[in-house]
Design a protein around this ligand. Structure first.
Ligand SMILES: Cc1cc2nc3c(=O)[nH]c(=O)nc-3n(C[C@H](O)[C@H](O)[C@H](O)COP(=O)(O)OP(=O)(O)OC[C@H]3O[C@@H](n4cnc5c(N)ncnc54)[C@H](O)[C@@H]3O)c2cc1C
Length: 504
């Protein structure tokens, strides 16, 4: 059996080594908006407030860098952004000052989860080496800044796949663990289940191992902890087999979808991935897409094992840009609906799992941006919630372009679990105006949705914009008080970002 040892810490794709301090340009427009170096002094909190959305604490400083996010909304001025290349640099950065510290991965979270005003920003993207890889054990230990897409390039030749990841491959391992991400995998919900162990760097620079056996409380607090207890240095992840999969699409009434999905997808041995889409103008029709395991001899629709990395996706991006507000929209939607009749397609699992967020990137985010919201509803209430959601969207969809429904089994591992019991999740993809009034209207509209989710015994996802009131957050995440205590126990209070500044 082959076992390649990466103990010498093989560095993954160097294009990841974005140095925030130098604002190194990379050939991905999304990355370019993420780091913009600025030098100016915020003399007063009043000035800061107009520049820096989402901040509440009166803290002034000489702003050295702006930390943005994929949405282009709410960039945050930090005192300094430091690129972390190795553990020594991480410990030095933590020991170098006493300011608040926030941790950044790929910066696809949208509400300032990676930065705090006037604090230190640790850019972990260059920390992206493979520590060890044992294909025969289907395990990989990798540093936190590595992206799924880089891992896919490495593990695909060994016939392996990431076990649980989001529907796109741009995210970092550290960011994905810290939000406790999930994808479309049948029977695998939160990533928590696929993490064997992790190495954490605490606020004093101490390096510890955390797993189900060692430092259990910190392990479960770090998963879905949004950087609240320490910096994830690396993680050991379980991998799965790469298989051929055949995509099947079926349209059915929303009312029938949940029973159908339970019996035909969740109990099926062949279903590997699944989601259902609701589209504007037809919120009560579920277009269910299931990827079934195909026999090894099945003919592939595309021979590619992975998606290309540097495509410009011009056609897809043009479609998204026009989808929301032009006369072309109806024709595009009709085309999407017609996909139900397209012949089944067979691809490799890794091909489907290597989607690139760049394919969603609009040509401009100046007047409109695109954001996500997600709600997790216990299985028993999912059908009722789906109908309430459809009615809410029928009344005012406020730029919602799509609702994607998925399923996740209960996750008892993460302290801040979003699936304390088995759930269906509802992901809304929304086009939003960037003016102050449009954002305020959007915020109130999202608060209404959160209220509906809470009334259905559910919760909402935390990597998106911070519209929830503190009362809504407390009801959605009752374990937040425990997280606060654990932070205190390990003197981690200096790990702050805009999310925790607002809610913790
Ligand atoms: C187009 C799009 C599609 C998406 N699809 C999905 C999906 O299918 N499923 C899903 O679950 N989510 C999805 N998301 C949300 C996504 O999973 C989160 O935004 C995730 O955080 C992105 O990873 P990142 O590397 O960009 O993390 P970042 O946004 O950089 O960081 C997220 C959080 O993790 C913390 N963090 C990052 N690295 C570390 C570290 N090393 N140690 C400690 N804390 C750290 C940060 O402080 C921050 O609080 C999607 C987002 C977008 C924009």
């Amino acid at each position: 059996m082959f076992a390649e040892d990466y103990a010498s810490s093989k560095r993954l794709d160097e294009s990841n080594a974005v140095n925030a301090n130098l604002a190194v340009p990379v050939d991905n427009s999304i990355e370019q908006i993420n780091v913009v170096r600025r030098h100016f002094v915020l003399a007063s909190v009043g000035a800061a407030a107009s520049l820096l959305a989402n901040s509440s604490t009166a803290r002034s400083c000489s702003v050295g860098d702006m930390v943005g996010n994929v949405s282009g909304l709410g960039a945050i001025g930090v005192q300094r952004a430091i690129a972390i290349n190795n553990v020594d640099e991480l410990r030095d950065a933590l020991r170098s000052g006493s300011s608040a510290v926030a941790i950044g991965g790929g910066r696809y979270s949208m509400g300032g989860q990676t930065a705090v005003r006037c604090g230190l920003h640790l850019d972990t993207r260059p920390l992206n080496s493979v520590v060890s890889f044992q294909p025969e054990n289907r395990q990989i230990r990798v540093q936190a800044g590595a992206r799924w897409r880089d891992l896919q390039t490495l593990i695909d030749p060994f016939g392996l796949s990431i076990r649980t990841m989001q529907s796109y491959a741009n995210f970092t391992v550290g960011g994905s663990i810290s939000v406790n991400c999930h994808g479309r995998y049948v029977g695998h919900g939160a990533i928590a289940e696929s993490i064997e162990s992790m190495t954490l760097c605490l606020a004093n620079g101490e390096i510890i191992n955390a797993s189900r056996e060692q430092n259990r409380e910190l392990f479960s607090a770090a998963i879905g902890g949004y950087g609240a207890v320490g910096v994830i240095v690396d993680a050991t992840l379980r991998l799965d087999t790469n298989e051929k999969i055949t995509k099947q699409i079926r349209a059915l009434p929303l009312d029938e979808y949940f029973d159908w999905a339970t019996s035909e997808v969740l109990r099926s041995n062949s279903a590997l991935m699944h989601n259902a889409d609701l589209l504007p103008g037809a919120w009560r029709i579920a277009r269910a897409t299931t990827w079934h395991r195909a026999p090894m001899e099945a003919t592939l629709t595309t021979p590619d094992r992975l998606r290309g990395r540097h495509s410009k996706y011009l056609a897809q991006r043009a479609a998204i840009s026009t989808l929301a507000d032009s006369s072309v929209a109806d024709r595009i939607r009709a085309k999407l609906r017609d996909r139900s009749n397209s012949p089944p397609q067979t691809t490799w699992r890794n091909y489907e799992a290597s989607l690139d967020v760049a394919s969603l990137e609009p040509f401009s985010r100046e007047r409109h941006s695109f954001v996500l919201e997600e709600f997790f509803i216990p299985e028993r209430n999912a059908r009722r919630f789906a109908n309430v959601l459809a009615a809410y969207l029928e009344k005012n969809a406020l730029g919602t372009l799509n609702v994607s429904i998925r399923h996740a089994p209960a996750d008892q591992q993460a302290l801040m679990s979003w699936a304390r019991e088995a759930v269906f999740s509802f992901v809304l993809y929304i086009r939003v105006g960037t003016s102050k009034s449009a954002l305020e209207t959007h915020g109130r509209w999202v608060q209404g949705l959160i209220e509906l989710a809470l009334a259905a015994g559910g919760t909402y996802y935390l990597p998106y914009r911070l519209h929830a009131t503190t009362d809504q957050f407390t009801r959605a995440y009752p374990n937040a008080a425990r997280l606060k205590r654990i932070r205190k126990d390990v003197s981690a209070e200096r790990f702050v970002n805009t999310l925790w500044e607002k809610y913790l």
